[in-house]
Design a protein around this ligand. Sequence first.
Ligand SMILES: Cc1cc2nc3c(=O)[nH]c(=O)nc-3n(C[C@H](O)[C@H](O)[C@H](O)COP(=O)(O)OP(=O)(O)OC[C@H]3O[C@@H](n4cnc5c(N)ncnc54)[C@H](O)[C@@H]3O)c2cc1C
Length: 405
Amino acid sequence: METTTRKRKLRSFQPLWASTRKIQVAAQHSIPANVDVLIVGAGIGGALMALSLVKRNLTILAVDRRQPVQGSTLASTAMIQHEIDVPLHRLTAMLGQAKATRAWQRSAKAVETLTSLADNLDIDCGLERKKSLYLAGDAYGARALRAEVAAREKVGISATFLNAKQLHERFGLQRTAAIESAISASANPAQLTAGLWHNAQENGVSIVSDTEISDIRSVDDWNIVATSRGEIIQARHVVFCTGYEFLGAVANQEHRIISTWALATKPHHPRPSWLKDYVLWEGSDPYLYFRSTADGRIIAGGEDEDDPTAFQDPIKLRSKSKNLRAKLSALLKMPIAEPAYQWAAAFGMTADGLPIIGSVPGLSNVYAVMGYGGNGITYSQIAAEIVSSAILGHQDPDSGLFAFR
Ligand SMILES: Cc1cc2nc3c(=O)[nH]c(=O)nc-3n(C[C@H](O)[C@H](O)[C@H](O)COP(=O)(O)OP(=O)(O)OC[C@H]3O[C@@H](n4cnc5c(N)ncnc54)[C@H](O)[C@@H]3O)c2cc1C
């Protein structure tokens, strides 16, 4: 059994957030020999996990092979959405009504919990609550969007169908239909994550960076964990929040790594006035998604490709960026200037669009969370809720929904 995570390149070129302030998290050097909870990974997933366990009289250590916040989280475009990549009516066809509904409802609740958490902790991360506009595209047209609104309304997830005329009158956009809904948000993901870690540290969580977890064995109720520095940590519980560097023992065909691209314009870029209140994405394959920032940048992403290493190619970066600009420009009917930042990254996908959150078979009290696609931030919150419940001795009612499959 492969008991560690294979290192991979997670992102290429310069994400916007890398040059923003307040994204550093000071790490310590010494590793405690015994902890109640060892969290592997110091991205948004690890940060939310740590915070869900503070104030419970547990010793918590987070270890990362990189510096904190330097994994995929730094590349995220951070549209914090309850809308799962697989529409509810389609997920219902795949999993049945009960499971699909629970996944969508859980996702909506997670966005609300996460935005309230960032507010309550007063994290300075440009968090803005937004509505979302899901545009008809080549994969989901007007008829599918109408079916989607009906499916959401049936289970109490509010959504409004806009026909082509309404969409054009209100937004000036030319598509056959769209779905407007509330509950979304956006933020600087690096500042959000660093802010969560700062708070976790204030509550006693220790962070060690540039140290890899290289092996793990369960002995009775304990886990004996080896680090790349040759140290041994004895941990009651271990949680792998390792993003797209997932644990070999639980990797499967369902979980694929692909490539994705993103760009950000300069601040104060010309844009429609409504854009500040919305995040947008489309029912196309590959899809375009975009949003703006408080200082008036437009951030756009998409152009996904199945090749898991294509994101490292500088020539592709230029062509993908050109495509994103062209699509954005055609949709908004305005020129999009040469981006200030262009970057690319590895990206995870599961067939049903749901994350994989659960106990690792063959080990005791070891959990892994993975399979995060376009909802990775929302899913990190769900994972923190489910795994912290298990560690604290309660079973989350939705744990079966996201378990290894
Ligand atoms: C371009 C892009 C756009 C995205 N857009 C969105 C979006 O709009 N909305 C959204 O919700 N999500 C989005 N996502 C997804 C989301 O950003 C990710 O799912 C999320 O940031 C992953 O966080 P993480 O903490 O799980 O992983 P990471 O940030 O990668 O952190 C995991 C950490 O684990 C560490 N690690 C791995 N193995 C080991 C080991 N053996 N020992 C020690 N440390 C280890 C790594 O060094 C890494 O720092 C996007 C992702 C990308 C790449």
